[in-house]
Design a protein around this ligand. Sequence first.
Ligand SMILES: Nc1ncnc2c1ncn2[C@@H]1O[C@H](COP(=O)(O)OP(=O)(O)OP(=O)(O)O)[C@@H](O)[C@H]1O
Ligand SMILES: [Mg+2]
Length: 322
Amino acid sequence: MIKVEGLTKRYARHVAVRNISFEAGKGEIVGFLGKNGAGKTTTMRVLTCFLPPTEGKASIAGFDVVEQSLEVKKRIGYLPETPPVYPEMDVASYLTFVAKLKGIPAGEIAARVDEVCKRTSIDDRKRTLISKLSKGYRQRVGIAQAIIHNPPVLILDEPTSGLDPEQQREARQLIASLSGDHTIILSTHILSEVEQSCSKVVIIDKGSIVAVDSVANLHNRKKAAETVLIEVAGAESLEVKRRLEQVAGVASVASRESREGTVAFDVQSLEHYSLRPELARAVVQSGWNLTELRATGESLEEIFLELTKSEEPKPEGEVATK
Ligand SMILES: Nc1ncnc2c1ncn2[C@@H]1O[C@H](COP(=O)(O)OP(=O)(O)OP(=O)(O)O)[C@@H](O)[C@H]1O
Ligand SMILES: [Mg+2]
């Protein structure tokens, strides 16, 4: 449904996106994950025909974003990073205005406006001025305008940014409810969002793709060895450290900051060891209180940080596999 091949975008001499390639199949939700300035918005603006690529190609439903931009625009809904605001319009008038722009036949507009308002749960705000809406509602209006012409592809640039946790949850539910009928690319720098919403993740760093994979596979990359956080109360730090170092399968034990009255460590395992049962036993048998024990280092966050930590830009021509 979405295909990007060797895409490069330069602003004057600054390379914002460097030779990236990925695909998104029908009905997929792809998370586009990267830090500030990674190139997410730039890529989305190329996909939505707002910017021409410097090199490479992109297509939506088989239509080229440069040569067949009209066909592409019919098939995509776009929630820009900073949505255009018409503060003096009410929600229904704004959506009617967008519907006209998108060429929806006049006789169908009212029904479409009603439908998208229901879909995005803004029915009760139809006559509210956009300037009077909360950020969460404004974002829903942004999504409503993106789906008004029922496009098969949705491109959402940071759809949950600036929302409170409750509104984020609602926005995620809304996006999930759209995924059956639409192929969705959403950008974010919130890792948990990708884990919760997306089937696939494209990680971009300084304009280059560093990983394209399913969320499950990214997790598996780290599974061979584990890092465990352990917190113990009522014991001397050095004593606990020595004891933990004796547990079978432990590669290293490093102190970390802890709450008052406790000591805490990051324990790294050798490959293929699962340390938690043995660590728990060692602590309890020594007569100490175990206050926390959990695996760390498997989170998408750690994987993301590891993949994006290099200071050097990726050399020209490097493309992620898959
Ligand atoms: N119009 C522009 N002219 C020149 N450089 C630009 C322009 N837009 C973006 N850039 C640069 O291109 C790079 C990628 O920017 P982009 O906005 O695509 O990143 P992003 O991943 O969307 O970041 P953010 O998370 O902050 O939204 C950045 O280094 C940015 O400074
Ligand atoms: Mg951006």
